[in-house]
Design a protein around this ligand. Structure first.
Ligand code: GTP
Ligand code: MG
Length: 192
């Protein structure tokens, strides 16, 4: 797949406003501020395709991007951000839950976690849920540029060990949108 040609399609408040449920979707999930939108931009080699922000909670809608006809990348709203008003949070967590449960064309989930604090409760729930639903999961440890090489490999090893529990549906990589570490592995996995 040529990710460079990816184009914005639509922003949907819930699945009823999304394109028809056919083809293939790969979604990017993770805590607010984990680096989902930045990873999507790195993958598609476009600086401003998905909106990024240093303020957590930037992505509040389900953002749909067309790679080619019938192949889409989905930038999901982040979870676990306390400072969003409860009403807003409930609404978007509901849309997220519904997307994950009902979307037939969803084939793979990239679950992004800040390498400095991975596998929080909600991350584990997300991975566990995805595995139970039969999805392929790529745990992507983001902002790897924030750690030294040795700290990075230590963390990768630790998270890989924790994920053995899930079996071979889950893979773990380190990644940096800033330095482009792990981009080839992300690309390869999404391509499968
Ligand atoms: P929400 O949409 O709010 O859930 O956030 P998000 O997960 O989409 O995160 P986003 O991509 O907007 O990035 C959040 C912040 O982290 C921004 O300030 C980014 O510049 C920064 N960031 C993202 N990826 C990296 C990375 O690989 N390295 C470093 N150093 N910073 C990063
Ligand atoms: Mg975002």
């Amino acid at each position: 797949l040529l990710f460079q040609n990816t184009r914005f399609s639509t922003s949907a408040p819930d699945i009823r406003h999304m394109p028809a449920d056919d083809g293939i979707e790969i979604a990017f999930a993770g805590r607010s501020n984990a680096g989902k939108s930045s990873a999507l931009n790195a993958l598609t080699r476009q600086k401003r395709l998905a909106k990024t922000s240093s303020t957590p909670g930037r992505t509040q809608l389900i953002n749909v991007f067309n790679v080619i006809d019938d192949v889409r990348l989905i930038d999901l709203p982040g979870y676990g951000f306390a400072k969003v008003p409860i009403a807003v949070r409930n609404k978007w967590q509901r849309a997220l839950g519904e997307y994950l449960q009902k979307r037939q064309c969803l084939k793979g989930l990239v679950v992004l976690m800040d390498i400095r604090h991975p596998l929080k409760d909600l991350d584990q729930q997300m991975v566990g849920w995805a595995v139970d639903s039969g999805l392929q999961v790529l745990v992507t440890l983001t902002k790897a540029d924030k750690l030294s090489q040795s700290e990075r490999s230590k963390m990768l090893k630790k998270v890989r060990e924790a994920c053995l529990f899930y079996g071979d549906q889950v893979e773990v990589i380190t990644f940096s949108s800033l330095r482009k570490f792990g981009l080839e592995q992300l690309e390869e996995t999404v391509n499968r």
